[in-house]
Write a protein that binds this ligand. Structure first.
Ligand SMILES: *[C@@H]1O[C@H](CO)[C@@H](O)[C@H](O)[C@H]1NC(C)=O
Ligand SMILES: *[C@@H]1O[C@H](CO)[C@@H](O)[C@H](O)[C@H]1NC(C)=O
Ligand SMILES: *[C@@H]1O[C@H](CO)[C@@H](O)[C@H](O)[C@H]1NC(C)=O
Length: 326
């Protein structure tokens, strides 16, 4: 089964210009944010992510999952999902109670925030690694390894206290272990399979050029925008003829709301050298037909012509019309 999934993984794996990125694993995780406002008020937010794609929401009151894609149930039955919801809800309540009950002992000042991430990573060889992390006020606090909770160095003695307490709960430890090393990898494989059509979809990029803020006198900032593509790996380069232009700056690859991606690549050139430069885009959806956009020197003479001649013509027209009327 794993073997069958490998070609799929290759398509899914995120990457940039670098071939080495294809070694990256694919993961599924549930993340939650617990905002502790006071002794009686905690708000939770949760979501499920397949790699960088959100697949699940979580209702904060009932703890039930919201399936964001038709295939978000993977190959789990409704009964299995109900079971998972119950387990997740129970452990979430236990976590809240533990922190509420020990707030003064652990010297936690309200308001404070916990973030948890629980899931698994599937590596290229087919091995799966489960993980569970808790952050306190935005920094590493403790993590689950080898069937027990380990405090992070940043968590100090407070994290040690919390870990000792959590490690007493044998049922909780076993539940956590089963979640990350059995349930999660099964779900992950099921999702990769059920979501194939969306995860592997090929959407062509659109590209356009613009100028950015002027980097200095006599210089131009040329920006090549590329948007709406899927999957994420893409190659964008400023070129002079067949030569790649170095000294470019690139944005991160950012998500669009529809699950496609966007990035820009900019280049600072002397204005006199801009003509003849092109932006070249290579993407799996283009089937070997790169998009090439040439920088056309904006004809400022033309603009002046328009700015002067058009009003002149209009004025002359107006003058004639007025003369006729009078
Ligand atoms: C706790 O915080 C909530 C929301 O801020 C507030 O409505 C409630 O009155 C607070 N309760 C106590 C006991 O302070
Ligand atoms: C987990 O346990 C295995 C073997 O039991 C050991 O090789 C490994 O170093 C342990 N990992 C950590 C992080 O303690
Ligand atoms: C779902 O698919 C995975 C991977 O193919 C498999 O191991 C598992 O048994 C299937 N069913 C369930 C309910 O997990």
């Amino acid at each position: 089964m794993l073997f069958l999934q490998l070609p799929l993984l290759e398509v899914l794996l995120p990457g940039g210009d670098n071939k080495d990125d294809f070694q990256e694993p694919v993961s599924f995780q549930i993340i939650r944010i617990y905002s502790f406002y006071n002794h009686s008020w905690v708000q939770t937010l949760g979501s499920g992510w397949l790699g960088e794609l959100q697949t699940h929401g979580l209702e904060s009151n009932s703890g039930s999952y919201i399936f964001l894609w038709p295939w978000s149930k993977g190959n789990f039955s409704n009964e299995e999902w109900k079971e998972q919801e119950k387990l997740c809800f129970t452990s979430s309540i236990q976590l809240i109670q533990a922190f509420q009950n020990h707030a003064s002992q652990w010297q936690l000042d309200y308001p404070f925030e916990l973030q948890t991430a629980a899931g698994c990573e599937l590596h290229f060889g087919g091995a799966s690694v489960g993980f569970m992390h808790i952050a306190y006020q935005g920094s590493d606090f403790m993590s689950f390894q080898n069937n027990s909770w380990l405090p992070s160095p940043k968590g100090g003695s407070r994290a040690q206290h919390v870990c000792s307490l959590f490690n007493l709960n044998q049922v909780g430890l076993e539940r956590a272990d089963r979640l990350v090393s059995d349930i999660c990898p099964r779900l992950l494989l099921g999702l990769l399979d059920a979501g194939k059509a969306d995860l592997q979809r090929q959407v062509k990029p659109e590209a356009w050029l613009s100028t950015g803020p002027s980097p200095g006198p006599g210089h131009l900032m040329l920006v090549c925008h590329v948007s709406g593509f899927h999957p994420k790996p893409i190659w964008v380069m400023w070129m002079r003829g067949e030569q790649e232009y170095m000294g470019t700056q690139r944005s991160d690859i950012l998500p669009n709301a529809d699950g496609t991606w966007y990035l820009w690549k900019s280049l600072d050139v002397e204005a006199t050298e801009a003509a003849g430069l092109s932006c070249r885009v290579r993407h799996s959806s283009l089937g070997g037909q790169d998009i090439i956009l040439y920088w056309k020197h904006r004809n400022s003479v033309g603009l002046i012509f328009l700015a002067v001649i058009v009003p002149l013509v209009l004025l002359t027209g107006l003058a004639f019309w007025l003369r006729k009327c009078w």
